[in-house]
Design a protein around this ligand. Structure first.
Ligand SMILES: [Zn+2]
Length: 337
């Protein structure tokens, strides 16, 4: 005997009909939210009402509790945490759309995959989900600039209200980073899988940013310890580091693909993580005591470069142009009907 039959025996006919209708309705709602986003050719914020729905469930990693928030209000605090408020208005708008898209992919009510911490859709830990700055933190960070900065960020979120990036009708994985070092990276060179919209593009203007290149000087002992700790089979020695570390190949972007580290071969990304480098586009120089690492760019390099976006905005590009430059072949759609 199956469950349906058992249920049939204990539920009155009218309640069963109601349950069936509710089930069908929620399926329709999931379909509409998860699959079909209206293509948005015009500007947002034109008075359309948002889809009625569950609020965003946010796990506050500092307070260790889950709170319900309005999606757009949450985004004000994310954009404030992810991009300097001094950036151009069009760059802030591009960031707002990328952050909204990222968020929607975590929302259970949109068919997304929740972060899960505290039972929430998304959390405030930037190493897990996205950066989030509370009002108290923003007041502290911005001081006398608080009102003006908040206005700039809020304007960017409001001007793009409901707008997300889609590919084949679905929200994209809208990855972004600080500075691409002139060229972004194919997703599969950094993360597990390729995405047609996360392919390498030029990122002019990155070179104008303060952290376009970075140089760190580490002792040979520090480098040896860090590498052997994570990769004991590497078995490198401080004295022979200059012979034991050898870049084997680079991607067209300049980022290291493979590097031989003693007895093992690591990806550029693994080497970057082991030494906490600004990017996987690095070169090494040696002295008797030190290893000097020079990096180009800041961050993983996939998707939108924030400094590149700011440079494009300064040169006159609108946020849609910025987004479609960094995310190949995407469309801008609206959550609001
Ligand atoms: Zn999270």
């Amino acid at each position: 005997m199956n469950a349906y039959r058992r249920r049939k025996n204990v539920l009155p006919q009218n309640i069963r009909a109601l349950l069936l209708a509710a089930g069908a309705l929620s399926l329709i709602i999931l379909f509409v939210r998860g699959c079909l986003y209206a293509k948005n050719e015009g500007g947002a914020g034109d008075g359309n009402a948002p889809l009625a729905g569950e609020p965003l469930r946010v796990y506050d990693a500092r307070l260790k509790k889950t709170v319900e928030m309005d999606l757009e209000e949450y985004l004000v605090h994310v954009v404030a945490g992810e991009m300097p408020a001094s950036f151009e208005a069009e760059a802030l708008k591009a960031q707002a759309v990328a952050a909204r898209t990222y968020t929607v992919r975590r929302m259970a009510s949109h068919g997304g995959t929740p972060c899960g911490r505290g039972g929430a859709d998304i959390c405030t830990d930037s190493t897990c989900c996205q950066a989030y700055q509370s009002e108290a933190r923003l007041r502290e960070n911005w001081g006398s600039e608080y009102a003006a900065n908040l206005r700039r960020v809020r304007d960017a979120v409001e001007a793009t209200a409901g707008e997300i990036l889609t590919y084949d009708g679905l929200p994209i994985e809208a990855l972004f980073h600080s500075n691409a070092g002139g060229v972004t990276e194919d997703a599969e060179h950094v993360f597990a899988s390729a995405q047609p919209y996360l392919v390498s593009v030029t990122s002019p203007g990155d070179e104008l940013a303060a952290h376009y290149t970075d140089t760190v000087r580490l002792t040979r002992a520090e480098v040896t310890k860090a590498l052997n700790k994570l990769y004991p089979n590497a078995d490198v020695t401080a004295k022979r580091l200059d012979r034991e570390l050898k870049v084997l190949s680079r991607y067209a972007s300049g980022r290291v693909n493979q590097i031989s580290v003693g007895d093992v071969t690591l990806t550029g990304r693994q080497f970057r993580q082991a030494l906490d480098l600004a990017s996987a586009n690095f070169s090494l120089a040696y002295s008797e005591k030190y290893v000097t690492v020079t990096t180009v760019g800041y961050g993983h390099g996939v998707g939108m470069s924030q400094y590149g976006a700011n440079a494009m905005a300064k040169a006159g590009s609108g946020y849609k142009e910025i987004l479609t430059h960094y995310y190949t072949g995407v469309e801008i759609a609206s959550l609001y009907k």
